[in-house]
Design a protein around this ligand. Structure first.
Ligand code: 6PG
Length: 469
């Protein structure tokens, strides 16, 4: 029997969808899962796919593949990836390609690239976005690691990736963990976009007492304009969905979980000293949500208002829409800035516009904003974050009053909007020639003689600030 073109290790939802996607492109795919039961169950559901070959030991799996072997690994990020790599290693030969498709930490991928490279195995760390449906029908693929390994895969990746106007959403983002870094920042942006959506829903509910059907109509309407995006459309669907006649959303516990990529994005921003507060706030939003018992206990101290008073409904809705749009713009710009600085300082050497190219289809943060930003990057030269700001400058200017009104109303009512307000405050700060950091510097010097620079003379200065000590 002919050998398989590629292998998929791990038949969770993503691995399963990915294997079927590969098979649908005419590739012969060997599959393996740690528990044989899962493999049997998968094969029994897809017997028609003569393209798929089940295997029941690592050795059988590796031997079933054509050389150089190309193995896509779909296991939980963390130690499980190292365990799988160790179990595969004794069976591999020089030039074989292993692709870690989980949401791994980019530093783990840096390390794995080095370790496997020293054994002549080509390691590729690849972010896969789009959930199960994306894996099955066309994900957005962010690869990094061995360039030789990537070139062995490129044709396959372009075949299975989502297409934007025919252009495959698969790209290479430099050695080691470059691909996983881009996926991590993608997820950080995803956190902020979702946080802003949740806050918009909250304010409209609190201020105007809108029901979920009305809200769903609004989000659907917005998703046809400049807010057009996977997440806004998904929000419209989630709001409208009923199970047994009841709105399912209202039965969902208000505790948001997380697997780590949002935190890693925040850590990256702190490590590089690149401000991305809306991503931080989206992470904190989930932390606070998880402090459910404490929130319940403290809720008797709440100062939130129970009614919005007399408000102009149309005005509030317009503010919510524009505020959501600008919060999304600000979040993308924060993520883009982080990508730009990471590529430079961590020496991955990719062009952040390539991330926007592969984010145009298949991934969770695909949107009209991403498409427009990428067109702007292509049509002019310059630093990507600045180009982004130039492109959307008019939108920020024309929507600013609505963005402010939204935050003011939320503050007045006591509705928490940390992602939206940080997005606005970050925009205000980053576009301010002068901010009050002179006070911070003066105080540091006042109590610690830490020194300060002056605007009127070169050099470092210190003062006793009139204290005589
Ligand atoms: C994607 C998603 C995907 C997953 C996140 C969820 O691009 O398809 O980002 O990777 O939804 O990992 O992450 P949290 O569990 O941290 O929300």
């Amino acid at each position: 029997m002919r050998e398989s073109d590629v292998g998929v290790y791990g038949l969770g939802a993503m691995g399963e969808g990915f294997a079927l996607n590969l098979a649908s492109k005419g590739l012969r795919v060997s599959v393996y899962n740690r528990t044989a039961e899962r493999t049997r169950e998968f094969v029994s559901r897809h017997v028609k796919e003569d393209q798929i070959k089940p295997t029941y030991s690592v050795e059988e799996f590796v031997k079933s593949l054509d050389r150089p072997r190309r193995i896509f690994v779909f296991v939980k990020a963390g130690p499980a990836v190292d365990e799988v790599l160790s179990s595969l290693l004794p069976h591999l030969e020089n030039g074989d390609v292993i692709v870690d498709c989980g949401n791994s930490h980019f530093r783990d991928s840096d390390r794995r690239h080095g370790e496997l490279g020293s054994k002549s195995i080509e390691f590729v760390g690849m972010g896969v976005s789009g959930g199960y449906e994306g894996a099955l029908r066309g994900p957005s693929l962010m690869a990094g690691g061995s360039i030789r390994g990537y070139s062995e895969l490129e044709g396959v990746l372009r075949d299975i990736a989502a297409k934007f106007q025919g252009d495959p959403c698969a790209g290479y983002f430099g050695p080691g963990g470059g691909g996983h870094l881009v996926k991590t920042v993608h997820n950080g942006i995803e956190y902020a976009l979702m946080g802003a959506v949740a806050e918009t829903y909250h304010l409209l509910k609190a201020a105007l007492r809108l029901g979920n059907d009305e809200l769903s109509d609004l989000f659907r309407d917005w998703s046809r304009g400049e807010l057009s995006s996977f997440l806004v459309e998904a929000t419209a669907e989630v709001l409208a969905y009923r199970e047994g006649g009841e709105e399912l959303l209202e039965k969902v516990l208000d505790v948001a979980e997380q697997k780590g990529t949002g935190i890693w994005t925040s850590q990256l921003s702190l490590e590089l000293g690149v401000s991305a507060p809306s991503i931080d706030e989206a992470v904190h939003y989930r932390f606070v949500s998880a402090m459910k018992d404490l929130r319940s206990k403290y809720s008797r101290h709440s100062c939130a208002l129970t009614s919005g008073g007399k408000l102009d409904r149309e005005e509030v809705i317009e503010s919510a829409k524009r505020s959501l749009y600008l919060s999304h713009l600000s979040s993308y710009l924060q993520g883009l800035t982080l990508l730009y600085e990471s590529s430079k300082h961590l020496r991955y050497g990719f062009d952040p516009s390539e991330a926007f190219r592969v984010w145009r289809a298949g991934c969770i943060i695909r949107s009209r904003i991403v498409e427009r930003a990428y067109s702007a990057f292509r049509s002019s030269e310059g630093e990507r974050p600045e180009q982004f700001l130039e492109e959307f400058s008019g939108d920020f200017r024309s929507g600013m009053v609505y963005w402010r009104n939204f935050v003011v109303l939320a503050v007045q009512l006591g509705v928490p909007v940390p992602v939206t307000s940080s997005a606005l405050n970050w925009f205000n700060s980053i576009t301010s020639r002068w901010i009050a950091a002179n006070v911070v510097q003066a105080l540091r010097d006042y109590f610690g003689r830490h020194g300060f620079y002056r605007v009127d003379r070169p050099g470092t200065f210190t003062s006793n600030w009139g204290r005589g000590v």
